[in-house]
Design a protein around this ligand. Structure first.
Ligand SMILES: Cc1cc2nc3c(=O)[nH]c(=O)nc-3n(C[C@H](O)[C@H](O)[C@H](O)COP(=O)(O)O)c2cc1C
Length: 203
């Protein structure tokens, strides 16, 4: 059985979300996946081939004006031809976002990513973590410190550099990468097992 392949397709304006994308990518690799980290503005024919062949796509972008940035929407619109023939049907999908405010309408961006995946007939993998920082025992260093379920959500102050991305958010992003790698392996193995069961006896 081959390793599952995962494309991390992201946008980052000033580099904050790239730090999270790197964490997702590294964790997915450590989880046994073959990965490609792809900026939406730098997609080549090879990138598109990797995306089309991948078992899972992880979408990442900061939240701009309550949704993903226009560059990500431009990427999404370029996939309309694939949508028309459901070329990504049954791939796995997941997402992460980052914003300056604690809430910052990050929810809309994650919802948008999952809707985009649903339009393509993909299966959405959620974050799979209980919320952190929700009682007096919790701290801002908890995993999933903003209590999202649909994906990984981070907060980075607008006046800091890439060193200012919070370690708990980096760890939460890494969790998502590991989880998608694990789910992609389960899904690929399951597909092989189902196909074997469906094969005519003696085949
Ligand atoms: C045009 C624009 C719109 C933004 N809109 C939001 C927003 O709706 N909510 C929010 O909390 N932060 C917003 N921000 C802040 C960014 O989400 C934040 O600075 C983020 O860390 C940038 O990530 P990046 O360095 O990967 O581009 C906005 C920033 C820009 C440039």
């Amino acid at each position: 059985m081959t390793n599952p392949s995962i494309a991390i397709i992201y946008y980052s304006g000033s580099g904050h979300t790239k730090v999270l994308a790197d964490a997702v990518n590294e964790a997915a690799r450590e989880g046994g996946a073959t990965t490609a980290l792809l900026h939406v503005n730098e997609l080549t024919e090879e990138s598109w081939e990797f995306i089309d062949d991948a078992d899972a796509l992880i979408f990442g972008a900061p939240t701009y004006m309550g949704t993903a940035p226009s560059a990500f929407h431009a990427f999404a619109e370029k996939t309309a031809g694939r949508w028309a023939v459901q070329a990504w049907h049954n791939k796995l999908g997941a997402g992460f976002t980052n914003a300056a405010c604690k809430a910052g309408d990050k929810h809309s961006t994650l919802d948008y990513f999952s809707t985009f995946a649903a339009q393509h007939g993909m299966n959405w993998i959620n974050l799979g973590l209980l919320p952190g920082w929700k009682s007096l025992k919790g701290t801002e260093n908890d995993l999933n410190r903003f209590g999202f379920f649909n994906g990984a959500a981070a907060q980075t102050f607008s006046d800091v550099g890439i060193d200012g991305v919070h370690p708990a958010d980096i760890a939460t992003a890494a969790h998502l990468g590991r989880r998608v790698a694990e789910m992609a392996a389960v899904f690929s193995a399951g597909r092989v097992a189902v196909e074997r069961n469906l094969a005519p006896a003696g085949a």
